[in-house]
Ligand binder design. Sequence first.
Ligand code: F6P
Length: 341
Amino acid sequence: MTKPKKIGILTAGGDCPGLNAAIRGVGKTAILKYGMEVIGISSGFLGLIDKEYFPLEERMLSGILTEGGTILGTSREKPFKKNKRLKVDKPGIIVETYNKLGLDCLVCIGGNGTQKTAARLVGEGLNIIGIPKTIDNDVWGTDQTFGFDSALWIATDAIDRLHSTANSHKRIMVIEVMGHHAGWLALYAGMAGGGDVILIPELDYNMDVVNEYLLQRARNKKPYSIVVVAEGIQKPYPDQPAASFVAKKIEEGTGMETRETILGYIQRGGKPTPMDRILATRFGASAVDLIADGDYGKMVIKKGEKIKSIYLSEVGSKLRLVPPDYKLIKKARGLDICFGT
Ligand code: F6P
């Protein structure tokens, strides 16, 4: 095997705290440990299509560890998605750019969609290494993605703040957190923030059960409650925010004054937590160790305390969802936290 000399790196999909820490982990390890050259690709896969990239020098990696966002930019470009009007062979252009740049490997930092694209690029003959990130924590194969811990802190802080205003007004506060189709963020923030009701996509819920639970709390002299809902819960009108649907049903069903808060993109912004900085750095450094070994076509993962790797082809379109019999849910039920069932 000839030693890998030049690698590309991109960040794709929705941003999250820790991306810059991962870029730094990849860049510094590649340049300082292995003497590789690193090319930063702008705006995810779009940069390879539009040929927007630049040499990522070591000095550019200083001071970015603690910063939110991504110095490379990102996009939700899906090069393999068929577009009948635009007859452009995007995967073909990506392969051409990769070869023109003389890359030995491309590091793709992203969530499920990105890892799926990465696996398809392996099929096109490219050397790829994936790094999982997302606040949703739903990438199959890894115990945790970076971005999740930071979003969890933000969502927990928001719930903490809602407690005091809910108490002052004796109101029901419904807070919607992100997570896409997964309930990890709602479950963990709900538990950490002392939520009374937690609704997640993985568990069916019944609003009559929720309302009776809230009325019982009021009868027990607990006139305010916190209801944490994941954005991905089942609801009759998909375009209606989960918090709006749930808040309306509660007010109608209990007569109690109810307010909704949709946390939104705040959850993806700002500085990464120390844990996310460390996980992103470990992922970045381990990704380059795989490259140095010529062990391509893989995604780095966290299993217990160890960083390991799995084949990108295994990750596929699978989602890592909260198992309905998840231990934390069982414990929460023991504390009389309501999941709507
Ligand atoms: O995957 C991260 C995430 O923030 C999800 O929680 C959310 O559903 C989605 O991205 C929002 O996507 P966009 O940035 O395209 O609005």
